[in-house]
Design a protein around this ligand. Sequence first.
Ligand code: BGC
Length: 799
Amino acid sequence: MRHSQRATRGKSARMSAYRYSAIALLLIAASGCASSQSSSPNVDLRAEEGGTTVAQATAKGLRGAERVGFILDKMTTAEKLGQLNQMAGGRQIALNSRITDAERDRVRTGGVGSYLHVAGAEFLGDLQHVAVEDSRNGIPLLFAMDVVHGYRTIFPVPLGIAATFDVDDAELAARVAAVEASAAGLHWTFAPMVDIARDARWGRIVEGAGEEPFLGSAMARAQVHGYQVEDLKRPDTIIATAKHFGAYGAGTGGRDYDSADISERTLMDVYLPPFRAAAEEGAASFMVAFNDIGGVPTTANKALVNGLLRGQWDYDGLIVSDWNSVPELLNHGVAETRSEAGALALLASVDMEMTSGIYAADMLEAVEASPALEAALDAATKRVLMAKDRLGLFDAPYAYHDPAREAAAMLTPDHRAAARHVAERSMVLLRNDAGMLPLKPQPGKVAVIGALAGDARSMIGSWKAQGREEDVVTVVEALRKRLGEEFVVYEPGAGTRDVADPAAIAKAVAAAEAADVVLLITGEDYNMSGEARSRSDIGLPVPQKALAEAILATGKPVVTVLMTGRPLDISPLDSDDASILLAWFPGVEAGPAIINVLFGDAVPAGRLPASFPRRSGQSPYFIGHNPTGRPADADLSKDSARYMDIPITPAYAFGHGLSYATFEYTNLRLSSDTLAPDDTVSIGVDITNTSMTNADEVVQLYTRDPVAQVARPQQELRGFARVHIDAGKTKHVTFTLRPEQFAYFAPSARFEADAGRIDFAIGAGAADIRLAGSFQVTGHVIADGPAAAIATPVSISEE
Ligand code: BGC
């Protein structure tokens, strides 16, 4: 795992011409810029004079680990601790605001290795000059930011990107983000968040890829590749961070930061696979989670971080703490002093400490008194320096600081087109019972109801990096542009948080009644999901619910567009004749993307990466639940694992999403009904578009191990492919599996796959299975990692 080995991501000819050319274009643009930026730093003079430590090493012709070793040998303990120190150079809403003269002095004395919440090619270039030219060692700084779903060109929130069920879309979004962020002086993003999220109450579900570890692993690989490509030395690449290592998404009750009291099996089989996939893809950085697993905060979890990640997985990248998570070890009650907290983290091999300054300020004496800490410090410093080396910063420290590149990179027409493309593909048609969608080209007078329809800030969701409201095209604007002002009436009706105002709702009702068609844009605003945004009630916000009920009661034809960063209880919207399009928070191109999907210029094919429960109290609901001795039974007279007051199913299960087209699944083919160790089995199916509409279908493969040493999940995603099929045409889709993909964390504490039957099912959603079968695994297999992290190759061919 020391090198970026690209796992097969099941790519195939399915990549559309548009996407191919979009990614290719970004790669070409970047390689041109790579050659113009690869000059050496201007440190020769210093080298002749003795120069900085880096200059001396470079002058000796040392490179890579040798140069890093030379630098390390010359560093004092305080300087090493300084390299592990990541300071906040500003705040999310006031970037660079903390870069004062005192801070520049800290750089000069080697007291800091990295800054976060900073941006700007020129501003950061100036600061880099201070580090490279005015400090004794001349070690460049690492500049970091949470570039999560775009830098200036904001894409859909990550949960929406996962809903594309397309790794190329995820890669494209990350690539555009890296091109822009790197042009703005940044080397490092704290993304992707690969935490599995099974509890919709958890606000950070918006930042990840949802409930299934196989989908999460695929999205993790794609994003890491988009940020880093294969070569971090290219100045248009940035270090990706797989976060928040451990089980951050498993907080009790869906509360952020809360304790994850999960079994080792669940940790290994469910929460860790996306991290494993990210490590295999070469993610150059990991972030540890704030929370504890069974009482051990991951920031201090030597067994998990140093033992499993570094040891068993052989991960040698840069591990960073979360914001202030080292001093928070005191709050957890596992350390009594700051230096004790720092020692725990350092010994767990958390290399860089984010924002509290503990390593630099409180650890000097402790390190000097402890050979174990000294060794840990050396190892951590080496990894920080190696990260800088991987980026090429020792040879080209100013490669990320070209203001002309920055000016040209932002929000280009290509980037906007990419954002619109991914946004359209992220949308999920939840239902279309009355067939209202797509809308007729001239639908008459349209009443757009709901404050979210004009809320530019909400269109871009949480973590907006440098996204700006003025860059956003809202739904109202896009619709007016398409139909003409005279055909569009807009009434906000109600906000998302405040108390409903009956007069404003009455105005909205009047507008709806006077219209031919109503577009109800409802849901949560951008600030109701994200960090520290857990909710106990995941229903529609109260004023939104009141507005929706009033509008639906008019009896007018209503199309609902749902904006949200989490699965919601949408029962008030969910009538038998409802048409509901889930748009998430779609990004800067929100309006055009939503309108294109509503009018059928783009056909929806997004799928749910997380199940929508019927009620808050059904959370957490996920398809990968283990069967019990008394599995949920629809028959209430039987004692079974269910709630009395709601059906056993969710409102919408993982993988659900409709289309304007219809598809038939036929001709199931199995290459063999046995699967031997070291062999593979292929499962093929024909998909026919039986409609008059060209569209994508997301073909999903689920498996289940009916008898094993431990109870195995009822359904596990093990393959998916988003396939474009023209009207009337058929495509063959073939998934290839190997026995390791049925392994699980067994009582032996190894990943084992038992001999025996495996059931599989293919369909358009976890609850929409069209074909099923089974085969026999003929021998016992030991795997070296979690099954869900293994990619399933997919091939797609024409009739
Ligand atoms: C979050 C991280 C984020 C960091 C820096 C923390 O509060 O948990 O995900 O990367 O802040 O902004």
